[in-house]
Design a protein around this ligand. Structure first.
Ligand SMILES: *[C@@H]1O[C@H](CO)[C@@H](O)[C@H](O)[C@H]1NC(C)=O
Ligand SMILES: *[C@@H]1O[C@H](CO)[C@@H](O)[C@H](O)[C@H]1NC(C)=O
Ligand SMILES: *[C@@H]1O[C@H](CO)[C@@H](O)[C@H](O)[C@H]1NC(C)=O
Length: 212
């Protein structure tokens, strides 16, 4: 047992405070490697919901399974996952990556952002409270702090960048999906509910509601 023989000699030559430091830093690295990565931006947290094995990469199957957990049917989840990972994956891929081109790298998710959106995420993927509040100030007219389908559509159309067709499509797909999964019984998307999608906490709630 080589390790068993080395340990006493290491103890003999390394001063105790230094040894403690080695033990402490090794311990924290081991914890980081074993536990979930800690993501800093709201957009990273939003996407990390789908990273069920916590390796920092959202594969096509993880997206598909995640969408089914929050209530999408198999056909919709399959099509949406193919589109999401097919479009976003390559944009977030580090140059030296060796895994599937469909993989989404959580660390780089801000590179996968599209135009024609509300600006509630900044370019780095951080949540922008003022932009988010503005949505409801401008468009929540039928009821305070909630949007019906007509108002959601008005909001999306107003945010359209010119000729940004892929941004329009992505924005429509996201808001339609959110609306269909999270509207209340009167057909309104509540501000609190919409807020919780930005850091991914809504996904946890929806999955629980679906018994997952
Ligand atoms: C790619 O490069 C980064 C930064 O240099 C490094 O941390 C990472 O381990 C590399 N990944 C692969 C798959 O080589
Ligand atoms: C939805 O919102 C629009 C615009 O504020 C309003 O005209 C319409 O009556 C609302 N529909 C319902 C069912 O509340
Ligand atoms: C995410 O946002 C919601 C809504 O603002 C908040 O209640 C929740 O505590 C946040 N969760 C995390 C993990 O930051």
């Amino acid at each position: 047992m080589a390790a068993g023989q080395r340990r006493p000699s290491l103890l003999a030559v390394v001063p105790v405070p230094l040894l403690l430091l080695i033990v402490v830093s090794f311990g924290s690295q081991a914890a980081a490697a074993g536990g979930a990565p800690v993501w800093t931006t709201a957009l990273q947290q939003h996407v990390a919901y789908f990273d069920s094995d916590n390796d920092g990469i959202v594969t096509y199957s993880e997206t598909e399974e995640g969408l089914r957990r929050i209530g999408l049917g198999v056909a919709t989840a399959t099509a949406a996952a193919a589109l999401i990972n097919g479009v976003i994956g390559p944009k977030t891929r580090p140059d030296n990556a060796t895994t599937s081109r469909m993989d989404i790298y959580v660390e780089n998710i801000h590179k996968g952002m599209h135009g024609s959106d509300t600006g509630s995420y900044d370019a780095q993927g951080r949540f922008v409270q003022a932009k988010f509040d503005e949505i409801f100030v401008k468009y929540a007219n039928a009821k305070p702090n909630a949007l019906n389908q007509t108002e959601l559509e008005e909001m999306r159309h107003a945010n359209r960048g010119s000729n940004d067709y892929s941004g329009w499509a992505a924005s429509k797909a996201e808001w339609d999906m959110l609306y269909s999964l999270a509207k209340d019984n009167d057909g309104f998307l509540q501000k609190d509910t919409a807020r919780a999608v930005y850091n991914g906490s809504l996904f946890v709630t929806l999955a629980k509601q679906n018994g997952n």
